[in-house]
Write a protein that binds this ligand. Structure first.
Ligand SMILES: [Zn+2]
Length: 202
């Protein structure tokens, strides 16, 4: 089974090594064979420099309920993203990995709010005003501003039971959008600056 390894952070093939109440004489588990109580299984990463073990917990309906440790367990810090914002973003991944989609979008909203504060918005304002502030300063504009507003709206849905239900697709989309904003605000300027430096020295 091909999965992202939570230890070596690579896409690796995992082999089953232990399964409760079952004699393990197979080398591959077809994904549709996961069954509650039978297909909870310990698997080993086939990366020779890793070889660590994970536990896969079946959902009883033919799918995977959870993988331990979480796939987001070993995500390496990316240089250029402020610590507070990185911590929020990693938490969005942990929430998504355990299928808590309301919590995922709430954490995305929190990461977005931390970005606005980092970029000079007033801490005491609400996120709507903080985003307006960033738009007026030219930090986020156009489509990126629309993306930020969408994160805020869906984040509110996740926080308030009377609002729209947040499903997996929403959570995945909002998590991806949050990363796009982080990339645009923090990582793209670093990349451009490195390219300019390289061009000047050649
Ligand atoms: Zn591994």
């Amino acid at each position: 089974m091909v999965l992202k390894c939570p230890y070596c952070n690579s896409i690796c093939n995992f082999k089953p090594v232990w399964c409760p109440n079952y004699t393990l004489d197979i080398v591959e588990i077809p994904p549709n064979k996961f069954r509650n109580g039978v297909w909870n299984v310990v698997m080993q990463c086939d990366n020779v420099s890793c070889r660590k073990y994970i536990f896969i917990f079946a959902d009883g309906m033919g799918g995977i309920n959870a993988i331990f440790p979480l796939p987001s367990y070993a995500q390496e810090k990316i240089e250029g993203v402020p610590d507070d914002i990185w911590i929020d973003y990693i938490e969005t991944g942990k929430c998504f990995d355990i299928k808590t989609y309301n919590a995922t979008v709430v954490m995305c909203r929190r990461a977005l709010q931390n970005i606005t504060i980092d970029k000079g918005a007033k801490k005491s304002d609400d996120l709507y005003i903080q985003l307006e502030d960033l738009k007026n300063k030219g930090i986020i504009q156009g489509i990126l501003y629309d993306v930020a507003k969408h994160i805020r709206t869906v984040g509110n849905d996740g926080a308030h039971p009377e609002k729209s239900k947040v499903i997996e697709d929403d959570a995945k989309e909002i998590k991806d959008f949050t990363w796009q904003i982080i990339d645009y605000i923090y990582l793209l300027p670093c990349r451009i600056s490195k390219i300019q430096t390289r061009k000047q020295t050649t």
